[in-house]
Design a protein around this ligand. Structure first.
Ligand SMILES: [Fe+2]
Length: 265
């Protein structure tokens, strides 16, 4: 039996049955929110040190991590950014005077918990290269053109069922200097804020059938094949818009045995 704690000021009580593994909170009104981080989630995530992915050699910690327990305010505090999401922030093709060049696509899906339940109101942000594989960033100087009509960043708030949707341009592959002739498979970076400020998760979405998969140390830093495949979107013919845009589905599973591999775990 675990420990029971109360916070009279905020009308909250919570109990723990295992260190950092289960935290259930109940409010005075009787609503409950379970903050579980299933240990099974960890199997999906890449190790901090993946020598073939060269920059991890310098940035991965050389000493054991010191685990900091989250406080109640961190777990229940407001998530930054939701109030600033505007109606068209999810459409990266209408941010400028003209339309961006490239293949217009729809990317949509659900943010889900370990039981397949939608995570309501999750803040989903994405950033990506343009159709030529170029980012608007001072560090990206590879000889591919910038697109004056494409910034490459957007955000959306999931609805009550955890559903989100973006309209964007299919990004191009780009070289990245990790090793001779290194090219990143086309990908879109995703960030998801779940219930609280400390629940930010970052991952990358790939496109099905990319010939660069076997050669990409970042993709392959996720060692479990099934987990790797959960980073690949699926082509969604049903929701492809005739004469307008192909559609890809990308469900993001925040935790559990089917968790989407995350970069920041
Ligand atoms: Fe990238």
């Amino acid at each position: 039996m675990g420990r029971v704690s109360k916070d009279e000021k905020y009308g909250l009580s919570w109990f723990e049955t295992r260190e950092d593994a289960l935290l259930t909170m109940r409010t005075k009104a009787g609503a409950s929110m379970t903050l579980i981080y299933p240990i099974a989630s960890n199997a999906a995530h890449p190790p901090r040190l993946s020598p073939d992915y060269r920059s991890t050699v310098k940035r991965s910690p050389s000493k054991p991590l010191i685990i900091m327990r989250h406080t109640l305010s961190e777990l229940t505090g407001p998530v930054y950014g939701h109030e600033t999401v505007r109606e068209n922030d999810h459409d990266l093709t209408i941010q400028h005077k003209g339309e961006p060049l490239g293949e217009r696509i729809i990317v949509h899906g659900h943010v889900l918990d370990e039981d397949g339940r939608g995570v309501p109101n999750a803040l989903v942000e994405l950033w990506q290269a343009n159709a030529c594989g170029r980012y608007i960033h001072a560090v990206d100087q590879h000889p591919a053109p910038l697109d004056p009509n494409f910034t490459g960043a957007g955000r959306a708030q999931a609805d009550a069922s955890g559903y989100y949707k973006f309209v964007t341009i299919k990004p191009g592959a780009y070289p990245w200097g990790n090793h001779h002739n290194a090219w990143r498979p086309a990908h879109i970076h995703f960030s998801v804020f779940g219930y609280s400020f400390v629940s930010r998760l970052v991952t990358q979405m790939y496109f099905p059938g990319d010939p660069l998969f076997p050669f990409d140390p970042i993709f392959n830093s996720v060692t479990d094949e099934k987990a790797r495949n959960r980073m690949i979107s699926s082509f969604d013919l049903e929701n492809t818009k005739p004469d307008w845009a192909l559609c890809y589905r990308f469900n993001i599973v925040l935790r559990g045995r089917n968790a989407t591999p995350m970069e920041n775990k």
